[in-house]
Every structure is written in structure tokens, then in C-alpha cells.
Design a binder for this molecule. Structure first.
Ligand code: ATP
Length: 302
């Protein structure tokens, strides 16, 4: 008997999804599965619901939402034997896309029922985990503006990008040191990724792998407005490396320190968080999360 708990974000994506207990019971027959469905009613409640499900003896916990919900659920499952299932009903669904889990709910359910699981790497930033990506600068500013919008769609990201572009000149003067050596004035963006997709098939780190034991880092120093426009266009076609200012490398850990300017406000899997700290210690934990995947993805364990 499997004890499967579903943690559903009812406002993810377009806020329309079919996930109810009767709907799921049609797929998870009572002879083999005991299911429970829980809905989050406020931001970050999925963390509390997941912790409760662990205490209740769930063997599989399914995050039903986008990258934010997956982050909240999966953060509680790192280094536990509990397997994460994903039903991607968010807007961007970057991690699910990297894992080749389709947005079609029935197909995503079939992957869970197929019981093939693998272990993926997990990123950490101070006391938090990330599974897709984290970073500071322009990408975090876009997400902050996006979070304030009512429509969480691709159009929401486009208008948030315009707003961040307009605000760019008002940025507070800042200085960041990287690994206690390189010092950057007002870096445009420092982006650190575990997965190869941001969502909507856009990628800043197309070569990143969830199972290679490395984080992929993209650093863009302060650049002028024309170059920003050029860079945004290049990003849409995954060709940002054409711009010589864009530096990419792989690492197992990286430390950012704010010498000057306000405290760090990084985005963590699409959620902007004021850290209230001047140091960000970002690292990778290899293979620390069990997740259901499609048959051809990665090294299948189960
Ligand atoms: N009932 C709720 N009301 C408001 N916010 C909620 C509720 N339940 C969860 N949330 C929050 O919604 C945020 C966004 O969720 P999520 O990332 O899953 O969806 P999305 O933004 O549509 O998808 P994606 O991140 O893939 O673009 C999360 O920060 C989560 O904490």
C-alpha cells in the first residue's frame, strides 16, 4: 500500500486545475493507494502541509503547482526516503520541464504510477534550498515585479521585464564580492542554476544538468541599456553567450558578499526573499532528492 499525499496550490498557473479527491481516486485505486489531498490557502503553507504529511506517514508526496510550490514541498523532503511526485499546474513549470514531466495532468499522474524514480541534485542558499535556480540582479527584479501582478502568465513576465528595465537606472549603488576575490560594482545579474530551464522553454543555462553534481553560474557585470535590450533578446533564443560580457562556469559552491548597498534580495525558485544577510553561501548537495520521472530521464533507480 502506498500512502500518497497531494499538496495542491489552487492559485498556481491560471488558478484552474482539476485536482480534487474524487478526480484522483479514479486513477489511484483504493486497493493499492491511500490518498489525501491538501490545498494551500496562503503563501508558504505548503511547507506546513508537507511537514504534517511526513508525520502522518506519507511515502510519496506530490507537489501540484509550479516551481514555487515544488520548492516548498521538496525542501521538506531533502535527504529523506520520501519520493517527490510532480503535477505541473504552474505557469512556467521550469523544473518539471527539465524533468520531462508534461503539463498534461493525466500524463503526469501516469509518471507517478509508473514508480520510476531518480535522485537529483539540490542547491542550497544559506538556510534555504533551491531545485531550479537562484540569483540576484535583473532576473530577481523581474520576478519581484511579476509577483506583484495579478496575471501569472507569460505576458505577466514580459510586462515585469519591461518594468525592471525601466527601473534599472534607479538601482541602489551596490558592490558585490564573489568568492572573496572578484569585486563587482552594480552587477547586472548573478544567476545560479541547478536545472536547464527557467520556464516557458527559456534557458540561461542550457547545459545545466540536475544530476551532474555542479551548479551552472551566469555572471553579467554592469552593462548599458542598449546591451540589456540585446541581452534580453539573446536570452529568448538561448544565445546569451554571444555577448562577451556574459561569463558562465560550473561550480560546487559560490559565496556572494555585499560590500556596499542594501541587503541581498535573491530570487529562490521564482520567489523573491529579503535575506537580511550580507553573505550568501550557495552550494550543491548531490543526489539529495528522490523524484518520480519519466522512464528515459537520467539514472532511474526504482
Ligand atoms: N492559496 C494561496 N493563495 C496565495 N498564494 C498561494 C496560495 N497557495 C500557494 N501560494 C503561493 O503561490 C506562489 C506561486 O506558486 P507556484 O510557483 O506554484 O505557481 P506559479 O507561479 O503559477 O508557477 P511557476 O512558478 O512555475 O511560474 C507560491 O509562492 C506559493 O507559496
Amino acid at each position: 500500500m502506498e500512502f500518497i499525499h497531494f499538496i495542491v496550490n489552487p492559485v498556481a498557473g491560471y488558478g484552474k486545475n482539476p485536482i480534487t479527491e474524487p478526480f484522483l481516486k479514479a486513477y489511484f485505486e483504493e486497493e493499492n493507494y491511500t490518498i489525501q489531498v491538501k490545498y494551500s490557502t496562503f503563501k508558504k503553507q505548503a511547507i506546513l502541509l508537507t511537514k504534517e504529511s511526513i508525520l502522518e506517514g506519507a511515502t510519496i508526496i506530490v507537489a501540484c503547482g509550479g516551481d514555487g510550490t515544488i520548492n516548498e514541498v521538496a525542501s521538506c523532503l531533502v535527504r529523506t526516503p520520501i519520493i517527490l511526485g510532480i503535477i505541473p499546474i504552474g505557469s512556467g513549470n521550469g523544473l518539471a520541464s527539465n524533468l520531462q514531466i508534461p503539463s498534461n495532468v493525466e500524463k503526469a499522474i501516469a509518471i507517478i504510477k509508473n514508480k520510476k524514480n531518480t535522485q537529483i541534485d539540490v542547491g542550497s542558499i544559506n538556510d534555504r534550498y533551491f531545485f531550479s535556480n537562484t540569483g540576484i540582479g535583473f532576473a530577481a527584479s523581474v520576478i519581484k515585479n511579476y509577483e506583484q501582478k495579478r496575471t501569472h502568465t507569460l505576458w505577466g513576465y514580459i510586462t515585469a521585464t519591461f518594468k525592471s528595465f525601466k527601473e534599472f537606472g534607479d538601482a541602489v549603488d551596490s558592490e558585490v564580492s564573489i568568492d572573496k576575490s572578484q569585486i563587482m560594482d552594480n552587477p547586472f545579474m548573478i544567476f545560479i542554476s541547478n536545472s536547464n530551464e527557467l520556464g516557458y522553454k527559456v534557458s540561461l543555462t542550457p547545459k545545466a544538468s540536475l544530476q551532474d553534481g555542479y551548479l551552472d553560474v551566469v555572471i553579467v557585470p554592469k552593462i548599458g541599456r542598449l546591451k540589456i535590450i540585446f541581452l534580453i533578446l539573446l536570452m529568448l533564443f538561448n544565445k546569451q553567450h554571444i555577448l562577451k560580457e556574459v561569463k558562465t562556469f560550473q561550480t560546487k559552491k559560490i559565496q556572494l558578499y555585499k560590500n556596499k548597498g542594501v541587503d541581498f534580495e535573491p530570487q529562490i525558485d521564482g520567489d523573491v526573499q529579503l535575506m537580511g544577510e550580507r553573505t550568501l553561501n550557495i552550494a550543491l548537495e548531490e543526489g539529495a532528492l528522490n523524484v518520480f520521472v519519466t522512464q528515459p530521464f537520467g539514472i532511474v533507480m526504482g
